[in-house]
Design a protein around this ligand. Structure first.
Ligand SMILES: [Zn+2]
Length: 241
């Protein structure tokens, strides 16, 4: 083969391959064109791939476990199992925090380290079914505070946890804002409030980060576990055991 034929053959062979790679790596979640303004929001969100939540744990994925079964020392206070939440409605059937197994074990390691300092963890929320996420989005459609169900929250994957610090008697330590307070005070860099509250917040962030969790900048209480992308968005109902 002379050089020109060789070059042409190379281009002919590689062009479709390049096209294939671009097609393969193009973000599938991004709509190719904006949804028409006349379409109701529900039409758009139900057509999004992420809303195809699994109603059972897909084969090969980690199970959801009860945090209390992994570490009974961790206090569980699920606000969504009461009316004491921004929705003012009971959304969960029981005061249970479910997480993917490796996430619950990671949290237990944080608890170990805190216990050595006479402190502990309190969990406000863990796994959250996608159907509950949709209800929350209707009330608070602000992506700073509630994940758009069209994308799915890390809570819907069972890899996010909302926590605070407690003392040896289980009393919550002072923080710059209350849980689920949708304000500037919830931000991780909020410089107001008392020095004690900021120090407690920074201690929580430091210890969670040390164990691999990543804090959400707009909520000092929210942490994502690494490897979340390997866990599907779920709509497995919560049960009371
Ligand atoms: Zn959260």
């Amino acid at each position: 083969m002379n050089k020109r034929i060789k070059d042409n053959a190379f281009i002919l062979l590689t062009l479709p391959l390049v096209g294939l790679v671009i097609w393969w790596t193009w973000p599938s979640g991004a709509p190719t064109s904006p949804a028409p303004a006349t379409l109701p929001a529900s039409t758009f969100s139900t057509s999004h791939p992420a809303t195809q939540a699994a109603t059972a744990i897909p084969a090969g994925e980690e199970p959801l476990v009860d945090v209390k079964d992994v570490d009974p020392r961790i206090i569980v206070d699920i606000r969504y199992a009461t009316t004491d939440n921004f929705m003012k409605r009971v959304l969960y059937p029981a005061n249970r925090a479910m997480l993917r197994e490796s996430v619950a074990r990671r949290l237990a390691r944080v608890q170990d380290e805190l216990a050595a300092q006479g402190l502990g963890l309190k969990v406000y929320d863990g796994y959250r079914p996608l159907s509950v996420q949709k209800m929350m989005w209707q009330v608070m459609p602000n992506p700073d505070f509630v994940a758009d169900p069209a994308k799915g929250s890390r809570h819907n994957r069972g890899v996010a946890v909302d926590v605070t610090l407690v003392d040896a008697n289980g009393r919550e330590l002072e923080m710059p804002s209350g849980y689920d307070e949708f304000s500037e005070r919830a931000r991780v860099d909020y410089a107001g409030g008392s020095e004690t509250a900021r120090r407690n917040r920074d201690l929580l962030i430091a210890i969670m980060t040390k164990h691999g969790f990543k804090v959400l900048k707009s909520e000092w209480w929210h942490y994502d576990s690494p490897g979340w992308e390997r866990c599907s968005v779920l709509d497995v109902p919560l049960t009371d055991k």
